[in-house]
Design a binder for this molecule. Sequence first.
Ligand SMILES: Nc1ncnc2c1ncn2[C@@H]1O[C@H](COP(=O)(O)OP(=O)(O)O)[C@@H](O)[C@H]1O
Ligand SMILES: [Mg+2]
Length: 199
Amino acid sequence: MLMDKEIFRGAEAVISKTDFFGLKSIKKSRKPKNYRNKILDERIRSKRFLQEIRMNHRLKLIGIRTPIIYFADEKNNEIIMEEIKGENLQKIKNSRRKKAFLRKLGNAVGLMHSNDLIHGDLTLNNVLAGKKDLYIIDLGLGFESGKLEEKSVDFLNLKKELNDKELKELINGYKTFKGYKKVLEQVKKIENRARYMNH
Ligand SMILES: Nc1ncnc2c1ncn2[C@@H]1O[C@H](COP(=O)(O)OP(=O)(O)O)[C@@H](O)[C@H]1O
Ligand SMILES: [Mg+2]
């Protein structure tokens, strides 16, 4: 085994490049958080680890790309997966390319929501753009729900990161979901609620 090379350290996980029997791969390790109670921390990390794997597969089943999981080590809370060649959507500078991917993302989120799958942490960082294909990652906070509120919060998370033109592309893609209008209405309500609370 070659040495791992750390490429990202987030609030929750460390991401490294690794070699898995000759396959260039990504390793995601959720490290213990010492400020949290040990038992509670273990429970939280283990739940997210399992949800990430479950949701990764569920998305595949409905036709959304996610990295192939090669190996999962529950004891060490490590997932070894396919390395997606590309960048996350936040890093895309070319606005035409970004808009094209936002439309694809709208499609993908619509498909998830029509299947009652909620991402739970839908941000541009958690979407990877390959050559042509879009991949959804970081599914540890994902879950299943038919609730309008959950879908709306998912959508609103993304909306916060977009300018008007970008949002339009996202919505155009999202329109493939039958319930899209209700979600957009609920998003407005949540935004108004937040505005009211801030005064
Ligand atoms: N399979 C992968 N292929 C390529 N890059 C990845 C992969 N998984 C994660 N990354 C990179 O690492 C970053 C953090 O990964 P993520 O799963 O979102 O961890 P965190 O839970 O810490 O946010 C992503 O934004 C992406 O740039
Ligand atoms: Mg992330």
